[in-house]
Design a binder for this molecule. Sequence first.
Ligand code: NCD
Length: 490
Amino acid sequence: MNRSVITIDDLTNDEIDRLFNLADRYVSDLGEHPHSHRLLGKLDVAKGKIASTLFFEPSTRTKFSFEAAMFRLGGDILQTVDPRTNSSSKGESLADMVRVVQSYADLVILRHPREGAARVAAEYVDVPVINAGDGSHEHPTQTLCDLYTLRRERKSLTGLNVLLCGDLKNGRTVHSLVYALARFGARIVTAPAKGLELPPHVSDRLQSEYHCVALTSKDIALPDDVDMVFVPLRDEKIRGLPDNVDVLYVTPNQPHKLALIPDFNLSVHFDTVTTAVKEIDVIYGTRLQTERLAGNSGTGDYPVIDKAFLDKRGYTNAQVLHPLPRVKELGYDLDKDPRGAYFKQTAYGVPVRMALLAALLQIEPVLETRGSETHYFRNYSCDDGLMCSNERCISRDENEGKHLKPKFWIVNPAQQSFLPEMPLTVRCMYCEYDYKPSAIGRKSSRQYNVETSLWDQIESEDLVVFCDFAQAQHQGYNLVDPSVLTSARG
Ligand code: NCD
């Protein structure tokens, strides 16, 4: 079965490690220029294979490094130079276009302004799809370049303190990166430009699914520009326990947590957090994503990373990363400073992408063979009712809407007797936005109620979820008491 990489979670930590080992092998087999880190030769392992780069947004690094990677593997590239020259300008849907492209190429690399576009592409083709950036959602291969740079510069990710600056709301590179950092046990310190904080669905997910404890200035003194610190629990030791304890019985410290976390652990985090904020190992800058700002939501007060900033904060040994392009937020005075690692980061994109292409084209046995994906969330899809609340989602695109059916995960943990009831939360399967609908109903009896925490008392095939009660009424559903809704099967 072909594998695709749409989000960073499509690769396990072990697979990422193996990809990096393969990238190291390519570097040592081909050799690299000592200054620019450009690879020096060419292999022929992908001879006869074609990858296509289908880019609907501007790109220099991602597109060229994928193309260079394919050439250096000995394969070929089919590319669009300008989206206006492909049939999307004639109104062709993405679904149709990728089905056509898969009859010419063995792999599709897609960049698209709509969030969730790459997931749609992967649903329609049976060749591997690589997400090269879908709106503000994710950019998993940039994260691979970021992690590989850190591995080469810092050796281990575990315990690193990483400061993220700039547009954390719209920057897709940041969204893939934070999940990966949490998975590898790095601590994340966020210093967003005002109004451009991590979106709530990302910061909530870091806590509920990536087992991070999040502290804000309400919990602990933080520098003015830092709004949150995420500490992955995985590698934290539970201190303060007497030596003779054999068994520890713990309960959740917050109702929605799947992980059982003892409360006294928090005291550990105050120490860890204070140190994390002072001893930054890596600073990750991002530009203001002007193309994604609605109206006037820009900020005049944008953090600038330069020598003066590093000196003022005492970040003597911090490494500075940036996915590039830079605009005003990254000083040119760091280009020759040993702390500036961003040009290496772009060069490392080639061996990393060579490794990913070789893995997905099954030239190298790096990835596990997975059967149909098993997911621990229950899925929900229905012809009438809910649509994704994110206007930038591919499922809200007029053209794609003709063939796409909205699909969701129900992300509430299965109700357990000790958990209080929580309103239903659904996640769009394409753009991964979380949303709390405000009514649920039964298809069979055409009844509804606004008490959405009762969702798991209705059989999957009978459950219908509405954006709000007006939609339920509009579709001819009748309001009934919660007890009637949960008992009545039509
Ligand atoms: C990034 C992107 O396109 O998201 N660039 C890249 O791929 N290296 C970052 C950006 O455009 O700001």
